[in-house]
Design a protein around this ligand. Sequence first.
Ligand code: PMP
Length: 302
Amino acid sequence: MSLIDRKIWFNGNVVNAQEAVVNVLSPTAQFGLNVFEGVRCYFNPETGKTNVFRLDCHLDRLWDSCKIIGIEPSFSKEEIKVAIRDVIEAGAYGGDIALRITFFVYEEGSWQNSSPVGLFIAPIEKKRNLVVLGNGATSCVSSWRRLHDSALPTRVKAGCNYINGRYAHIEAQRSGYDLPIFLDHDGFVSEGAGACLFIVKNGTLITPDLSSSILESITRDTLIKIAQLHSIPVFERKVNRTELYNADEVFLCGSAAELTSILSVDGYAAAGGQLLTKKLSDLYFDLVDAKYSVDAQWLFEI
Ligand code: PMP
């Protein structure tokens, strides 16, 4: 799809992507002063409807991000829902989509400015990332540490935070790995660069707790609740680096990553393969396709 065909909702109107422009001297362009959400929208060919998965949770987190970074949302949650309908309908996708919803500070000014706040909502076609046995990513523990809550809080989903992930990603790729895994400031396992992390040990799921410098991931929360529903033991706690090396399975999760299988960490192969990862991935897609429900509020169909 070209920029001319791609539709974006921009400050109140659906426009072609090339018309959605900001001043290069604005705080969003110069300093990454924006907060955003990445949301998956799953198309159901049987009903012809699209499920904007856990939209309310994403909007709540977006509001939390605005609060901490010190900007006021310029549109209400209800207005955003109408805008999402409008922009998805304008694109006539007929398949799965990923949405980015971003509040940004857009007039020439410094990083101290808090207004005016704009909003864009950008859909794009995006296929599902299915777990295929035997396929997955290689990873390394990054020598870069995850941002700390006392400096740039990871709980805030701000554009500027992603440069931390960028450094780790560059290092991983230069060393011949697909993806990095961050440790937090205290040396405990934190998250990936743009996704949270689970390990599997003896049939149990373990994931770093919310004070391990992670984003409060909606997918992580979804998987915890899926596991509880299916009587799979799951623990949120501090995780040591060596637990990655001894894990039976390792996977990343996120709205974009969905479940991404990690085949090895620093050359240590995930000993048990990917069986539980695959099972959870199947359960995840059955959930987003509304084949069963954990919480009725997680469905927002358009
Ligand atoms: N951590 C980071 C740094 C992320 O960018 C993301 C993706 N939004 C996640 C974790 C996963 O969060 P979620 O499941 O809410 O998409």
